[in-house]
Design a protein around this ligand. Structure first.
Ligand code: ADP
Ligand code: MG
Length: 605
């Protein structure tokens, strides 16, 4: 093929592809335009996850009649005029590409009236071509309706995920922007039902509750710039602080997630994805988090527009800081200070209880882990008293119930009867067997025991389920609600009976018996994250994956003191397991030092 210039239609579809990846990208661009137009109310209506309809209405400045058609041209913008402007962008939009891109891959109807103008405009476009343009009475502001998204881009259409997936992306987006703009009233409807709204009262706390639910919102710690100013910072730091604001909320160290999805950053009002910011926050938690757990945060970073380049990526979701180290430090410090302050106030509330403990003990008993002897701690341990189990669960699981790992490693992986000697570092059990010494990771071992028991119960329908006398209400995020609705049956199969209770609240009627009631919310959360992570794997796989999550949550933790009897109980049950040598996630449960190895180490050979 000789070199030739692409047709303008093809070229614009290619360009559109960079901006409009999925329905949520359309929502993002339209919402940003509304915010740039100074809207105090933004309504987002979605049908079928955005495939059928996306409508964003605002009460902002509106588009003057004489400019309405121009707005849909590529590189048409009212937001910048010169290269200098590009250096200090204070609006969300600036490329003048969004409306043109969206219009080129859909049917658009735009109804708008600029403040100060008598008559509004109605404009309709198909595939970027104007098919109707007339004056019309309209409320001040703009209503943009997108239908038949990607109708002329079959490749994109094919890559759209299930409606619920697209919905979740939209939910995540709208809720984040609602947090960043507490003064704006947001309303989101899916298929005619209001699923999320904020008051626009300006109180971030209200929005926080609307987004995360009351339980989670209560465990969020506020970060205010004031804290940075009060600390013993050097003069340079103070200067930095004056120019650089970091505000928002971070989670209590006890409230964590298994991934970084809930680390949200807004830079000058723009939602950005930034690994180094995420790293700065996690670092600030230092030793407060368990491995592979991540905090939640919602941080707004404000800095002079000339100190950040937003013209990095077509979707504007990445930024480049002029002095990224300074931003990194400021974020880390602000988060750290908020956490330290919070921990101190807990200490004083605890009336010396904490002070009397040695540092080491505090480290060993990190937040989020059950202290030995508490109700829940004891309960978790009681669970492996054999008489509490249905008789069928005492039998080793039958072969068809083995995890993939166990089917690869038949009986050779069984462990011999062991004699427990004690505990090391409140984490490992030391035992002696016919073949030398065994170190057992108490958490990993318990996970394995729970997992095999759970899978056996699932297989022969004797899963031990605990019905809750008082159903526990849990408030979920809009994102989680659609996940739960979609998977109610699956939840029930693994022991969680959930019932819609209006709004975003569900009643938990039963939980897998292995779970302590106090772990319920966290476990549910873990399962939701696990669900969210996989797109549509095979049914049975998915079940096992979720069960592994629940077991991880329910298993005794490192740092928990165990009595001799409890350790013996655990080891005996591990001996019964089909694959006792690894935890369900594949990490080893046991390290074995044979008598031979010992002899060699001591130079006895
Ligand atoms: P950009 O936002 O980068 O300027 P867009 O293609 O998103 O580019 O929009 C083009 C122009 O249309 C904007 O600069 C703005 O003047 C106008 N516009 C778009 N949406 C709205 C709206 N909701 N309210 C007022 N003006 C709007
Ligand atoms: Mg725009």
């Amino acid at each position: 093929m000789p070199i030739h210039i692409l047709s303008s239609e093809l070229a614009s579809q290619i360009a559109a592809g960079e901006v409009v990846e999925r329905p949520a990208s359309v929502v993002k661009e339209l919402m940003e335009n509304a915010l740039d137009a100074g809207a105090t109310q933004v309504r987002i209506e979605i049908a079928e996850g955005g495939r059928a309809l996306i409508r964003v209405s605002d009460d902002g400045s509106g588009i003057p009649a004489s400019e309405a058609q121009l707005a849909f041209e590529r590189h048409a913008t009212s937001k910048i005029a010169s290269v200098d402007d590009l250096m200090r962008i204070s609006t969300l939009g600036f490329r003048g590409e969004a409306l043109a891109s969206v219009a080129s891959v859909s049917h658009v109807t735009c109804v708008t009236r600029a403040r100060g103008e008598e008559v509004g405009t109605r404009l309709r476009l198909e595939g970027g071509r104007v098919i109707e343009h007339k004056g019309m009475g309209a409320p001040a502001g703009t209503i943009i309706t997108i239908e038949h998204l990607f109708y002329n881009v079959p490749a994109r259409l094919k890559f759209l995920k299930a409606i619920t997936t697209e919905r979740r992306h939209i939910d995540a987006l709208v809720t984040r922007y609602a947090l960043a703009y507490p003064d704006v009233r947001f309303q989101l409807t899916h298929d005619g039902r209001v699923t999320f709204q904020t008051t626009g009262s300006g109180a971030l706390q209200d929005t926080l509750i609307a987004v995360y639910g009351l339980d989670t919102a209560q465990q969020m710690i506020e970060i205010s710039n004031l804290q940075s100013l009060l600390s013993n910072t050097s003069a340079i730091d103070e200067l930095e602080t004056a120019k650089l604001k970091c505000l928002g909320y971070v989670s209590d160290p006890a409230l964590t997630r298994a991934n970084r999805d809930e680390l949200t950053f807004f830079v000058n009002g723009r939602w950005v994805q930034d690994r180094s910011l995420a790293f700065a926050v996690t670092q600030a938690y230092h030793t407060m988090l368990q491995v592979n757990r991540y905090p939640l945060c919602f941080l707004r970073i404000e800095l002079p527009p000339e100190d950040v380049d937003v013209n990095v990526h077509p979707t504007k979701s990445q930024v480049r800081f002029r002095d990224s180290d300074a931003v990194f430090r400021a974020v880390q410090r602000a988060v750290r200070q908020a956490l330290v302050q919070e921990t101190r106030s807990i200490e004083t509330r605890g009336q010396g209880e904490w002070e009397s403990e040695k540092q080491g003990e505090w480290e060993a008993r990190r937040p989020g882990e059950e202290a030995p002897g508490t109700q829940a701690g004891l309960r978790a341990l009681n669970l492996y008293a054999p008489e509490q189990l249905p008789a069928s669960n005492l039998q080793p699981p039958t072969s068809n119930l083995q995890s993939p790992i166990s089917s690869l490693q038949p009986s050779v992986s069984r462990i011999p009867p062991l004699r427990v000697l004690g505990q090391i570092g409140v984490t490992y059990i030391v035992a002696e067997g016919p073949e030398g010494m065994y170190l057992i990771d108490q958490h990993a071992a318990h996970e394995r025991v729970l997992y095999e028991r759970f899978m056996a119960g699932l297989g022969n329908s004797t899963l031990a389920v605990q019905n809750l006398l008082d159903p526990v209400p849990v408030e979920l995020t809009p994102v989680a609600v659609s996940l739960v609705e979609e998977h109610l049956e699956l939840f029930k199969r693994i022991g969680f009976e959930l019932e819609a209770f209006g709004g975003n609240t569900f009643l938990v009627r039963s939980v897998p018996a292995m779970l302590a009631a106090s772990d319920l919310r966290e476990a549910l959360n873990d399962v939701l994250i696990e669900l969210d992570a996989g797109d549509m794997p095979l049914q049975s796989d998915e079940e096992a994956r979720l069960v592994r999550r629940v077991c991880k949550r329910a298993a005794i933790k490192a740092g928990q003191v165990l009595s001799m009897q409890e350790m013996q109980g655990l080891v005996q049950q591990l001996e019964q397991c089909i694959s006792p040598r690894t935890c369900p996630h594949g990490r080893p449960t046991i390290i074995h030092l044979s008598s031979d190895q010992l002899a060699r180490e001591f130079g006895r050979h």
